[in-house]
Design a protein around this ligand. Structure first.
Ligand SMILES: Cc1cc2nc3c(=O)[nH]c(=O)nc-3n(C[C@H](O)[C@H](O)[C@H](O)COP(=O)(O)OP(=O)(O)OC[C@H]3O[C@@H](n4cnc5c(N)ncnc54)[C@H](O)[C@@H]3O)c2cc1C
Length: 291
């Protein structure tokens, strides 16, 4: 790995110190948490101007806490720690997050962090898709104070997010899912270290009569410059009985929800087809998880 202009490495003890260091180094500053994506950015020539790495591993931002029924994943909590959390393993509502966390290899799960996964703004990542389906909110602190940014609208493009210069993610808050909610996530990849061809995260809430009271569907992978909310498929499902007929209608509708890319991993037509198949499968799994 080469950072041709790197001069400084800092390991601040507080968020305030980290923000001051970012301001001091200006555009040359780069935050590092688990460091697993630094190489990915470097090979794309995006780090040539980096002069200082600011390691945020000692800011005390790790850990999972509850604020009432809201769950807060600290920014430097590793993916492995989230996967090991009791509620993730047990509750159907966290099924999509649980599924998504099985994809990264163990080395990445042990070093990569929730904050880094979100801040990277790479729609090829699985965990943010699941967090989007859960309606999560990003918490930040920066030169202008603290902010809460819903993940809906946070991702602006490939490697682009709503974070302002010098703004640090402190955590990701997950609001309490409604009763009778379950999620599921699936992705198609060529092998365990390749990028997602298509991924689908589905979150389903049923009423007492088995009708769909709420649904959130997020597409990732090569479906565009950033994650896509499948609003057409969601509309096809809203208020319907959660049966195979409704799921088939949603699978048809989802092909109009995005403009996939064509590359060596798959054509746009193939991606549209897989999105429909995986949508049906994730909805079926979510329904099964509700018993
Ligand atoms: C071989 C490999 C396989 C992978 N497989 C998968 C997979 O199957 N599924 C999947 O979802 N992901 C996968 N990933 C991606 C992985 O999840 C991310 O690399 C990881 O989550 C990033 O976290 P990090 O702490 O290492 O971030 P870092 O590499 O430290 O940082 C990434 C970016 O985020 C910024 N940043 C980090 N933390 C913060 C913060 N708190 N506030 C503001 N900015 C911040 C950094 O400045 C940098 O721009 C894979 C990565 C690799 C290298």
């Amino acid at each position: 790995m080469t950072l041709p202009n790197l001069q400084d490495y800092h390991r601040p003890a507080t968020a305030e110190e980290a923000i001051a260091l970012v301001q001091q180094h200006g555009e040359g500053a780069m935050l590092v948490a688990g460091g697993t994506f630094v190489h990915g950015l470097e090979v794309r020539g995006l780090l040539d101007n980096v002069t200082a790495l600011i390691d945020i591993g000692r800011l005390g931002l790790g850990g999972i806490s509850r604020e009432g029924d809201t769950i807060v994943l600290g920014a430097t909590t590793t993916l492995a720690a989230v996967a090991a959390a009791e509620f993730v393993g047990r509750e159907p509502a966290f099924g999509a997050l649980r599924d998504a966390l099985t994809y990264p290899p163990p080395q990445i799960r042990n070093a990569g962090t929730i904050g880094g996964s979100v801040a990277a703004a790479a729609p090829l990542y699985d965990i943010p898709a699941a967090l989007l389906a859960l309606g999560a909110v990003v918490r930040t602190t920066g030169p202008k104070g603290r902010r809460e940014l819903p993940l809906d609208g946070f991702f602006r493009g490939l490697f682009e997010s709503a974070l302002a210069p010098g703004e640090l993610i402190t955590g990701v808050a997950i609001p309490p899912p409604p009763a009778r909610t379950a999620g599921a996530f699936l992705k198609l990849e060529t092998n365990a270290n390749d990028l997602a061809i298509v991924s689908v995260a589905s979150q389903l809430t049923l009423d007492g009569a088995g009708r769909i009271a709420a649904v959130r569907i997020v597409l990732g992978g090569g479906v565009g410059e950033t994650y896509v909310r499948a609003t057409g498929a969601e509309a096809a499902l809203a208020g319907q009985q959660a049966d195979d007929k409704a799921f088939a209608a949603a699978a048809k509708a989802v092909s109009g929800d995005f403009e996939p890319v064509t590359d060596h991993r798959g054509s746009a037509a193939y991606r549209r087809h897989i999105a429909g198949v995986y949508l049906r499968r994730t909805l079926t799994t979510a329904r099964e998880r509700l018993g």
